[in-house]
Design a protein around this ligand. Structure first.
Ligand code: SF4
Length: 290
């Protein structure tokens, strides 16, 4: 038999690269391609450190579209941090209602401000600029309402430190690319990415992955056909799309079987029989009376 090569219509996964060392991952190449697809990130320094911290607490569990107007209203209504603390949680919650979870966020913001005042004697965190990154992140993370993600956002956006805030998009795209193991959680991912992404690329990497996660590498089904980094993606190279389709088909079949099972069970149940009996009796009675 004569062998001949048939050119595949679709990109075929290459040999698995699971032994690839994370440190050798071409981060610069990924960042360059993502910026070519989505454009470069906006300049840093939108807010000062305290504004960034408070706006970031407000933005938890909601979009920037909801939280920014709330933050602006807060700054106009209560221009100084002293005003904000003195106003109390109920008034603050009324002002930031549109950001969602207003009662909880108002309390967190006030408790956070009070803690900063107790620790430093003023409402200011500029001194973090002179601390090593991990120490600065730990210091912020100890404040009420501030977790590793909020701390990293403040250090990245307000202090331009080379940290990578890990949100749901950064986390998902990072493990699909093969930069972090699956299932390690966002907190550990902060540390691993800090080690594997060069500092000068941290902010661009963060912003590129967010755009990619929103537009192409979506959860639960990524649009790999539109992706520009398939050749660098571990999930794709290890046959992720085919496995994912098979899994979805299995889930669909199981759901259908489950629905059929529930229906059959309902028909066997005495309650269903009583209801069905009553319905049939009513139909019969109506038929007679007509
Ligand atoms: S190839 Fe698919 S899974 Fe990998 S980064 Fe691109 S969209 Fe995400």
């Amino acid at each position: 038999m004569h062998g001949f090569i048939v050119k595949p219509k679709y990109p075929v996964p290459m040999k698995p690269k699971s032994n690839r060392k994370i440190k050798s991952f071409p981060v610069g190449e990924v960042v360059g391609r993502l910026e070519a697809a989505y454009g470069g990130p906006p300049p840093l320094g939108r807010f000062g450190p305290m504004d960034e911290l408070v706006s970031c607490i407000l933005s938890q569990h909601t979009s920037d579209t909801n939280s920014y107007p709330a933050f602006e209203r807060l700054k106009i209504a209560l221009p100084t941090w002293e005003d904000l603390v003195a106003a109390g949680p109920e008034r603050v919650a009324d002002i930031v209602r549109s950001a969602g979870l207003a009662n909880q966020k108002a309390k967190s913001i006030i408790r956070c401000l009070v803690a900063i005042k107790e620790k430093t004697g003023k409402y200011e965190i500029d001194f973090l600029a002179n601390m090593p990154i991990r120490e600065a992140r730990d210091w912020l993370s100890e404040l009420p309402g501030v977790g590793p993600k909020t701390a990293s956002i403040v250090l990245c956006f307000a202090f331009a430190m080379p940290v990578i805030p890990v949100d749901t998009h950064v986390y998902r795209v990072s493990w699909r690319l093969g930069l972090i193991p699956e299932g390690i959680g966002e907190n550990k991912a902060h540390d691993l990415l800090l080690e594997s992404v060069p500092g000068d690329l941290a902010y661009r990497f963060h912003m590129g992955l967010i755009q990619h996660g929103r537009q192409v590498c979506k959860a639960p089904t990524p649009l790999c056909g539109k992706c520009t980094v398939t050749d660098l993606c571990r999930w794709f190279q290890e046959g992720g799309p085919a496995k994912h389709s098979a899994l979805l088909a299995k889930v669909r079949l199981r759901r259908q079987a489950c629905k059929r099972g529930v229906h059959a069970k309902a028909q066997r149940s005495p309650r269903w029989n009583r209801g069905e009996l009553r319905r049939r009796e009513e139909e019969t009675a109506n038929g007679r009376s007509q």
